[in-house]
Design a protein around this ligand. Structure first.
Ligand SMILES: [Zn+2]
Length: 357
């Protein structure tokens, strides 16, 4: 039995108890684009959806230009099974409880089941956004050789930064037993100010007590250079390079994309954006670590140890031959500047996402 005699086959076509895949959705959209008649697609069920049933929207569509005149509009199983009802914004809706697909008008479905509509629409919008983001990321695959070249140009510089960070920690902690990191974990040097104040004793007489209070002395840029548990930046960077090489297709990129499943596409796009993010994060961290080695920081720390209430003894100097670390100006270890330490680090070109439509 059909809605108006023109719907092909039985009105209910309950073949879809599993979620239809993206291939079927593409096929339905193609059909609508070609013929302009969503209600005539062979898998469409032309009955009114029962109240309270679950719904998932699989995709949106509009009728082609040839079907913009009212008499050519589509019929809607929700509200208008026999007369033309809509041409703009139709929805491919899947009803898992009945195992059917209906092509419905957007606004009338909203009227029929506002809450179900809201939830299903939010999900569809987020799926569309994810799909768009995956496609965008896959379009960046040809950029991988550029990313690899940028990583290669940075690797020696980052290795030099790892080296000087390692030597700094080694000299301070092991050779000098100076724990500067404990004082600088949040980047701020503090000192103690003691102030006398009068307090009343239990026998009623007055007494002087000292109260102490921490005050900020100064910020040290690049303090994370002192972290003894820091990760090896160059090693991580080369691992990300290997990951990028692993997802770079052999041969023709367009051809490999055509042969990928949706799951593979999602996975590859996630690896690409993850690696890209991490590479720039590692380069950012290297840049910050390197900033620790400065005249300003050396002088801030040297002045800080002079303050009352600071018990640490350390003296740092930024010199032509390298960084001097010691307990005082007279006795120090020299950490030579590694080759390429001060060469320019270059970030990977931004992997910007397209604007949401
Ligand atoms: Zn309707």
């Amino acid at each position: 039995m059909s809605g108006d005699g023109q719907i092909p086959g039985p009105a209910v076509k309950a073949d879809y108890f599993e979620r239809p895949d993206i291939g079927l959705v593409k096929l339905i959209r193609e059909y609508i684009k070609q013929f302009g008649t969503p209600h005539l697609w062979w898998g469409h069920t032309h009955t009114k959806p029962p109240k309270g049933g679950r719904v998932t929207f699989l995709g949106k569509y509009s009728l082609p230009k040839t079907h913009r005149r009212r008499e050519k509009w589509a019929l809607c199983p929700c509200c208008s099974p026999a007369t033309p009802k809509y041409f703009k914004q139709g929805l491919i809706a899947w009803f898992p409880d009945e195992g059917v697909i209906r092509c419905v008008g957007d606004q009338c479905y909203k009227t029929l089941d506002p809450e179900g509509y809201r939830i299903a629409m939010e999900l569809l919008e987020s799926e569309i956004a994810e799909q768009r983001s995956t496609e965008y990321l896959l379009s960046r695959l040809p950029k991988i050789p550029d990313y690899i070249r940028t990583i290669d140009a940075n690797l020696d510089i980052v290795a030099a930064i790892d080296q000087i960070r390692r030597e700094l920690v080694l000299n301070l902690e092991q050779r000098l037993a100076i724990d500067l990191w404990s004082e600088l974990k949040d980047g701020m040097l503090r000192y103690v100010v003691r102030t006398p104040r009068l307090v009343q004793r239990s026998d009623g007489k007055m007494d002087v007590a000292m109260s102490s209070e921490f005050r900020d002395f100064g910020r040290v840029d690049g303090h994370i250079a002192l972290n003894p548990a820091a990760r090896k930046l160059a090693l991580n960077l080369s691992h990300r390079k290997e990951n990028l090489l692993a997802i770079y297709p052999d041969g023709d990129i367009a051809e490999s994309l055509r042969s990928m499943t949706e799951v593979e596409k999602k996975k590859i796009s996630k690896i690409l954006s993850g690696c890209h993010n991490q590479c720039n994060g590692l380069l950012e961290e290297a840049e910050v670590v390197r900033r620790f080695f400065s005249r300003v920081n050396a002088s801030t720390i040297n002045n800080w140890v002079q303050q009352d209430g600071v018990s640490l003894r350390v003296h740092l100097k930024f010199a032509d031959d390298g960084f001097h670390v010691g307990r005082s100006e007279t006795g120090y270890f020299l950490i030579k500047w590694p080759d390429k330490l001060w060469h320019t680090l270059t970030r990977l070109e931004p992997l910007s996402q397209p604007m949401a439509a």
